[in-house]
Design a protein around this ligand. Structure first.
Ligand SMILES: NC(=O)c1ccc[n+]([C@@H]2O[C@H](COP(=O)([O-])OP(=O)(O)OC[C@H]3O[C@@H](n4cnc5c(N)ncnc54)[C@H](OP(=O)(O)O)[C@@H]3O)[C@@H](O)[C@H]2O)c1
Length: 168
């Protein structure tokens, strides 16, 4: 199964100067729990912003640089290599973890969206692409209050594709 996991604000902003615009500890915890022991797929710029492979996950980086390598990461150059992996590994949930370019590339193929809707508008230079809610059904949601660990309130939502006829 192919899933996107993203946190965006009320303008669908996701990043500023190659980092996250907010500090939401409970959202990072959800991210960690969901992605543990699964595959995570990220664009080269998102890898740069994290700076290292995330432990206990199979890290995949997408780049057009043919000689690019990173310790403990698999590097791919074509989204179809990843779509083949999704077919070959049905026992895994494969998470597209960003950024904007990678979300855009995989959005037509995903089965599930995990969206953290952050209840604020931050200065951003990177945005999640527009997506059609009519193609998905919301199957879960949970509200988180602003507190000392989460700088704003947010809603964590899970959406599933209703018509999965997109051919890979
Ligand atoms: N809020 C969130 O949930 C969230 C999650 C993740 C990231 N972010 C934020 O998003 C921002 C980064 O996003 P971004 O859109 O600038 O960069 P990105 O998607 O992380 O990475 C873009 C890079 O990926 C590679 N790439 C893209 N499409 C490709 C393709 N079809 N084939 C092969 N390689 C491809 C290219 O690497 P090369 O240039 O090396 O060829 C490209 O420069 C940061 O601010 C980050 O903090 C936010």
């Amino acid at each position: 199964m192919l899933s996107i996991i993203v946190a965006y604000d009320q303008n669908q902003g996701i990043g500023i100067k190659n980092s996250l615009p907010w500090k939401l500890t409970d959202d990072l915890k959800n991210f960690k729990v969901l992605t543990q022991n699964n595959y995570i797929v990220m664009g080269r710029k998102t890898f740069d912003s994290i700076g290292h492979a995330l432990p206990n996950r199979k890290n995949i980086i997408l780049t057009r640089q043919k000689k690019y390598t990173q310790e403990n990461c698999t590097v791919i150059h074509d989204i179809h290599d990843l779509l083949n992996l999704v077919r070959e590994k049905p026992q895994y949930e494969i998470f597209i973890i960003g950024g904007a370019e990678i979300y855009q590339a995989f959005l037509p193929y995903v089965d599930r969206l995990y969206i953290t809707k952050v209840n604020t508008i931050k200065k951003a230079d990177t945005f999640f692409p527009q997506w059609d809610e009519k193609l998905f059904k919301r199957i879960g949601q949970r509200h988180y209050l602003q507190d000392d660990k989460n700088e704003c309130s947010f809603d964590f939502e899970v959406w599933e594709k209703t018509n999965n006829n997109t051919t890979m």
